[in-house]
Design a protein around this ligand. Structure first.
Ligand SMILES: NCc1[nH]cc(CCC(=O)O)c1CC(=O)O
Length: 325
């Protein structure tokens, strides 16, 4: 890399996106002293439109503007919430690093510090995610699931109120990782057990992309990669891709990386570590669900996802995804 090069890191304008980008910019600066790094704001259709995500093409709309800017050479690095990335790879773009993942769980923020089981029958719970809505309905708690959109603070405001806005929901469900990044995790009234609600594939993880031919930058960014996170997320996304389900499908996936022989340092080698992958597909009306798990060596992450998808399909997953596929 030439001494004069400035790395331009692109970000969406939302507070969550800028906060995530800042952590990457800071990690880059710490890993490579003297590196010049700039942040560039990129506007996306998902930020400009208030329409339901399913209508404007799913969460992929948040991603394509950043990728276009990357391919056009307007930015050098794109930072995404990994779960927002479509499963199909894009020619010319490389996944340069997957940093250490944060807590992947979904979180409830409810009035009066209530938990899911404490919410009364008929309580209103807001979410924009078909996966969360389907899993909440499948719990059969008599909750009224309300479709909501907007940034994290807008959603929190629906329960907690905000300046000039009265609360109109009893609870919302959000990814705890986003709340942590925004220093809002103290508002969580329940961290939902993945046995009850499996998170979206790659929830809580970031994806750092650059142009595939930018060899110097690929080498620099490799220092930010976390091997266990990348393997776990690879298994989850392989499951999602094999189900041919988009990021708004009612699919849950969570891979844990577990030590099997008490010996190895994961940073140097994947042997001695297993992936334990759980997957679920839930009918959007909550009337039916299939849940299965599988485990195997870390370096078989992709295959584990494919095999679990095939098992879920054998149990009827395809019909269950129906029109939300
Ligand atoms: N779909 C929006 C989105 N993309 C990433 C996160 C949170 C952080 C993450 O999962 O990495 C969120 C908000 C949410 O689901 O509550």
């Amino acid at each position: 890399m030439t001494a004069t090069r400035t790395i331009r890191v692109g970000t969406r304008a939302s507070l969550l996106a800028r906060t995530q980008t800042d952590t990457v910019v800071n990690a880059l600066a710490a890993a490579t002293p003297g590196l010049a790094v700039d942040t560039v704001l990129v506007s996306t259709q998902g930020d400009r439109s208030g329409a339901p995500l399913e209508q404007i093409g799913g969460t992929g709309v948040f991603v394509s503007a950043l990728r276009d800017a990357l391919l056009a050479g307007d930015i050098d690095v794109a930072v995404h919430s990994y779960k927002d990335l479509p499963t199909a790879p894009v020619a010319g773009i490389a996944l340069a690093a997957v940093p250490l993942r944060q807590d992947p769980r979904d979180a409830l923020v409810a009035r009066d510090e209530l938990t899911l089981l404490e919410l009364p029958v008929g309580a209103t719970v807001g979410t924009g995610s078909p996966r969360r809505a389907a899993q909440l309905r499948a719990m059969d708690l008599g909750l009224d699931i309300v479709s909501i959109r907007g940034n994290v603070d807008t959603r929190l405001g629906r329960v907690l109120g905000s300046t000039g806005v009265a609360p109109d929901l009893d609870a919302v469900v959000l990814a705890v990782a986003g709340l942590q990044r925004l220093s809002r995790a103290h508002l969580v009234t329940e961290l939902i057990d993945p046995m009850q609600m499996l998170p979206a594939a790659a929830q809580g993880a970031l994806a750092i992309e650059c142009r595939a031919d930018d060899a110097d930058l690929l080498a620099t960014l490799a220092g930010l990669d976390d091997h266990a996170t990348r393997s776990a997320v690879t298994a989850e996304r392989s499951l999602l891709a094999a189900l041919e389900a988009g990021c708004t499908a009612p699919v849950g996936a969570l891979a844990d990386v577990v030590e099997t022989d008490g010996s190895d340092d994961l940073a140097s080698s994947g042997s001695g570590w297993d992936i334990y992958l759980r997957g679920s597909v839930t009918a959007i009306d909550g009337s039916d669900a299939v849940r299965l798990s599988i485990s195997g060596p870390l370096d078989t992450a992709e295959e584990l996802g494919r095999r679990l998808a095939a098992d879920l399909i054998d149990l009827g997953a395809t019909t269950m995804m129906g029109s939300s596929k």
